[in-house]
Design a protein around this ligand. Sequence first.
Ligand code: MOS
Length: 752
Amino acid sequence: MAQTINTAVTRTDAPRKVTGSATYAADVMPAGMLHGALATSAIAVGTLARIDTAKAEAEPGVIAVFTHENLPDYKPVKGFYAGGPGSASFWPMENARIRYAGQPIAYVVAQTAAAARRGAQLIEARYETDESRITMDADDSFVVGAGEDREGMVTTKGDLAQGLATAAQTVEAEYITPFQHHNPMEMFAATAEWRGDRLTVWMPSQSVRTLRAGIAQAYGLAETSVRVISPFVGGAFGSKAGITPYTMLTIAAAKAVGAPVRLIVTRPQMYTVATFRPESVQRFRLGADAEGKLTAFEHIEMSQTSQFDEVVNPGTHMTRAMYACPNIHTEQRLSRSDTNTGGFMRAPNEMQTFFGLEQAMDELAIKLGMDPVELRRINDTDRHPVADVPFSSRSLMESYDAVARSFGWADRTPEVGSMTDGDWLVGYGCATATYPTNILASNARVRMQGTGLAYIELAAHDVGTGTYTIMAQIAAARLGLPVEACDVVMGEGDMPVAPISGGSTTAASAGSAVHDACIKIGHQIAVQVSAMPQGPLSGVDPAQIALENGILTAPDGQTQPLIEAVASTPEGEVEVIGEFRHKAMTDEMIKATFQGGYGTAGPVTPEMAMFAFGAEMVEVRVHRWTHEIRVPRLHGAFAAGTILNRKTAHSQLMGGMIWGIGSALHEVTETDKPRARFLNTNIAEYLIPVNADVREVRVEMLDERDDYVNPLGVKGIGELGIVGTAAAIANAVHHATGKRLRQLPIRMSDLV
Ligand code: MOS
């Protein structure tokens, strides 16, 4: 049997995707389906004084127009994770209140999508407008939570003032990151169909169990009455993790008109009806002795939140884990603006915080006259600096050494502006990448037939990452089957519990449940064949029979292929439920996951700290006269435990690094601050890197073994690649030009 894990396997769903037979949420057309469209608020804060729907209702094809005044049976999700990054606590169209620009104010149902959109444009709204603003005001900011909720939001270790006072060199600086918005290729969409009290919702989702539980709770339905279907997702990255108003409005509209309704959110509306990466200010104070050892580490992160929720993705939890330091102070602050509540976006705090931390480290290295890689080496640690537990594995410096070799870091001359090529100023920069290993409980059902086929089923998701393929690989490896013989079905709420596909958790958590199921198949078949009167394993103690690569082996060396053993049973097949539980998971965490929530254990457990690490190096070229910025080379080396699929993992890391180029040089949601509006709400003006912006991107995946994180030793790689890229580019820009740019994105105009 060929090895299937840690090899490059082409996606099993690739033919379905490229031929168009993969069904996305907006592809379904239940009989009699109607089309929905949203009308959204023109102001950010105030009250709807009057909303006139007459013209919309008169539009040919329009069947119904719903506003806060006439939408029966609209049941927003309350309580169930509302007020968190997956679901805001304020729900539009419950009443006349307007709390953010672009908030839904009316829902039009029509026979065609075009008629619905025309209807939405014909809604006439009058507002009483209150003051609004988008601001990042340090004076107005506050520490997250109160009392016990504050735990971890402020950290103090040692004596920061003393650490700064005794430092040979210090760095004090603020780094600013902007609002960024999701632009997955697949638009946000929801199709809802009621049949009596039974409801089916098709929607691209990173957490079908969360969606099902939230909808069932809102409508007071048993979860068995709600089907949530999401077999394919055309890009998620956090944008499809939660429960958003457009879904609940579509469900209510379908109920009201007595027909299935499908809504495809328009690209501009995607900027206001879902979540985004909030803007942030990262304030660092670092001190180091003459040898470069950190004596003081302070990080105060201030991130934006809405007026009604205190949502934070705490980045100080990540930065404080990076480098050894006796004196640490971190603080997690929020500042309120009149927007919807922000949420998850690929590396939802790490992108912002490492833009700060890894530039601050570069600035410190320059002050110390040290190579920036050596500064990381001197401050590397095998224990978490605050929690004081060992890392389950940490290959940070191995990553730096590997990327330095592939990139040619040794060729760098440290003086600013010392490397040129004709009219191009050349700069080399580096930065650390990391991502927490979050783990959640998961189950998976595996059925193996003696004909040599296996069926794997679980409520996990392939958000474009290759999950179908890696689940098949995990089963194939243990059962001794070809990958193509392992049929994986996922993405429905009533399948065996699997956690949210967010936080880079699916391969580690759901994959471990598939792995466990395959081990159990071996146990179960061992019991059966050992009890048979005849056969190679007859009479052997079943507890002594091992399954490896599809072969059952007794202690005396007798073997039987698993397929043959399964075929010899009366049923000719065996079915089990695999489970992934980790000793660091409390009963409350397991319960939360099984109820559709986020019962995350880690990254820091009472015993260990679990993080993936990497290092990125980049060559930047800045044109001496035009200030054009180019990124001809971007190299990364990463260590994330077991790599299941060298092809899909490579793609994810490379995709993250390319998104990092976008974060550094292109992406920003511009705001009209007094009117609290997002301005460039389309992909013509919201810039992302295109092929011409991306030249050589090289990814190296290191071998790393971690026996603590989970039985597969997988840490997760979905978000790791983006972390550090923007800082590496900023550091390289400084090396080329001497300009230290502490605000994203970095533009030609900053270099004039
Ligand atoms: Mo990722 S931002 O956790 O979907």
